[in-house]
Design a protein around this ligand. Structure first.
Ligand code: PMP
Length: 430
C-alpha cells in the first residue's frame, strides 16, 4: 500500500471534503522553499505551508535549536514552574512588539491565541465589576476555528453549522479603500451603547477573507476612537506577524498601538504549533488581586512548550540578525513588479501587495466563492507545475518563505502569469 492509500484508510484531513478531494500528496522531506514527495517530485511552497513557514523548511538553525532543547528539557508544567526559553522569548517579544506591552501569555496556535485575547478582554471588565460584554469585529474576518474564535469571525460556510451556538458580535465593515467613512461611522455607532468590551481586528491584511488589504490610517482612527472610550483593542497578528507585511508586525505601520496582540504561525518559523498573546500592564493589572476569583483560569497542557520556545528564539535570531529584512524587501519589490505586470491582463480584477503577500483577484464566471470550480482548477494547475498554491476562491496568492530563491520566485510568477492568461481565454470562450 502506498502512503496515500494508508492515509485514506485512517486519516481525516482539515478543510477537505474527503469524498471528492484528490488524495493527499505524501511529503517526505523539506528544504528551503521546497518540499519533496514520496516519488521524489519537488514542489515550491508558494503558501509557506498555511502561512507559517518564514525561514524555509528544515531551517538548520531552528532544527538544531529544537534538537538541543529536546535533549535538555522537552516540557514542564507551566503553572508553578518556568524555564529559560519561556522567559527569554517573552523578553525578546516584548522588546520588538509595537507599543508598550508588558506580559506574554502562551498557548498552542492562532485560534487559542485569539481565544485567550478575547477572554482576557472580557474578564478585564468582569474583574473591574463593569458589565461590558460585546466584542466589535470586522465583517468577513477570520480569527480561527474554536468556538470563541468562530464567534468573532464573520459568518461563513465555516461557521454556519454552529451559528446558533456562537455568541453575538457587533460587526463593522473593515476600512477598505472607499469604505473608510462607512467603517468609522459604524465604529461610532458600535461604541455608543457603552457595552463594548474590546475591538478585535486583523491589521492591514484580512488573509482568509481573500488577502483583502486596507491602509493603516483608517485603522489608526478606529483604534483612537476605541482608546478615547477606554475600549481595549486586540490586533490579531497571527498571520501578519514576523515580517509578513514588510515590518516585524503590521501594527508597526500604525501610530496608536493595540492593548493586546495575538501571535502564532510564523512565531516558530513554522516548526511547532504555538501561540502567544501579549497584553498591556493595564489589562494584566486587572487580574492582580487577593481575590482568587480574579485569576485568569486559562491554560493548555502544552503552554510554553520548551521545544516551541527554542524554535521561536532561533526563528527570531534569523529574523533580527541576518539579512532577512533585506530578503523581505526584495520579495516586496518583486511582488510589486509582478502585480504591475499582471494588472495589464483583462482577467485581472485587482492585483494587490502588502509586504511579502501578493494577491491576484480574477474576474471569473466561477464567482468569488471559496468553493468555486475555478479554485480547484487553479489548485491543480499550479500543482501540475510543481507549485503549492491554495487559491481562496478566485484569488490566487503568493506568500513565500523569506528564503525563496530568485529562480523559484520566477517559476511561481511565470505560472501565475500563465494562469491569468488562460483565465482570460476561458472567460471569453464561455
Ligand atoms: N487568526 C488569523 C488572522 C489567521 O489567519 C488564522 C489562521 N489562518 C488564525 C487566527 C487561526 O490560527 P490557527 O489555524 O493556528 O488556529
Amino acid at each position: 500500500m502506498t502512503l496515500r492509500e494508508r492515509d485514506r484508510n485512517s486519516v481525516w484531513h482539515p478543510y477537505t471534503q474527503v469524498q471528492t478531494a484528490d488524495p493527499p500528496i505524501a511529503i517526505v522531506r523539506g528544504e528551503g522553499a521546497r518540499v519533496f514527495d514520496e516519488s521524489g517530485k519537488t514542489y515550491i511552497d508558494a503558501v509557506s505551508s498555511w502561512w507559517v513557514n518564514i525561514h524555509g523548511h528544515c531551517n538548520p538553525r531552528i532544527a538544531a535549536a529544537i534538537a538541543e532543547q529536546a535533549a535538555r528539557l522537552e516540557h514542564v508544567i507551566f503553572a508553578g514552574f518556568t524555564h529559560i526559553g519561556a522567559v527569554e522569548l517573552a523578553e525578546r517579544l516584548l522588546a520588538i512588539l509595537p507599543g508598550n506591552l508588558s506580559k506574554i501569555f502562551y498557548s498552542d496556535d492562532g485560534s487559542t491565541a485569539v481565544e485567550v485575547a478575547v477572554k482576557m478582554a472580557l474578564q478585564y471588565w468582569h474583574n473591574r465589576r463593569e458589565s461590558k460584554t460585546s466584542i466589535i469585529a470586522f465583517e468577513n474576518a477570520y480569527h480561527g476555528d474554536t468556538f470563541g474564535a468562530m464567534s468573532v469571525s464573520g459568518d461563513s460556510a465555516f461557521t454556519a453549522p454552529f451559528a446558533p451556538l456562537l455568541f453575538p458580535v457587533v460587526r463593522i465593515p473593515a476600512p477598505f479603500h472607499g469604505r473608510e467613512r462607512e467603517s468609522i461611522a459604524a465604529m461610532e455607532k458600535a461604541l455608543e451603547s457603552g457595552n463594548a468590551a474590546a475591538f478585535l481586528f486583523e491589521p492591514l491584511v484580512m488573509g482568509t477573507a481573500g488577502m483583502l488589504m486596507y491602509e493603516p490610517e483608517p485603522l489608526d482612527t478606529l483604534i483612537a476612537m476605541c482608546r478615547a472610550k477606554g475600549v481595549p483593542t486586540i490586533a490579531d497578528e497571527v498571520f501578519t506577524g514576523f515580517g509578513r507585511t514588510g515590518k516585524y508586525f503590521a501594527c508597526d505601520y500604525i501610530e496608536h498601538k493595540p492593548d493586546i496582540i495575538c501571535l502564532s504561525k510564523g512565531i516558530t518559523g513554522g516548526f511547532m504549533p504555538f501561540g502567544a498573546t501579549a497584553c498591556s500592564e493595564e489589562i494584566f493589572g486587572a487580574f492582580l488581586s487577593d481575590d482568587k476569583m480574579k485569576t485568569f483560569f486559562h491554560g493548555h497542557s502544552y503552554t510554553a512548550n520548551p521545544l516551541a520556545c527554542a524554535a521561536a528564539l532561533a526563528s527570531l535570531d534569523i529574523l533580527q540578525r541576518s539579512d532577512c529584512m533585506e530578503r523581505i524587501r526584495y520579495i516586496n519589490a518583486r511582488h510589486n513588479a509582478t502585480a504591475e505586470r499582471l494588472r495589464a491582463f483583462p482577467s485581472v480584477k485587482e492585483a494587490r501587495v502588502t509586504g511579502t503577500i501578493l494577491a491576484v483577484e480574477l474576474h471569473t464566471q466561477g464567482g468569488t466563492s471559496y468553493f468555486s470550480a475555478v479554485r480547484d482548477a487553479a489548485y491543480r494547475f499550479f500543482l501540475g507545475k510543481g507549485i503549492i498554491m491554495r487559491p481562496l476562491g478566485n484569488i490566487i496568492y503568493f506568500l513565500p518563505p523569506y528564503c525563496i530563491t530568485e529562480l523559484e520566485m520566477t517559476a511561481v510568477e511565470e505560472a501565475m502569469e500563465e494562469w491569468v492568461r488562460r483565465t482570460k481565454t476561458r472567460v471569453l470562450e464561455k
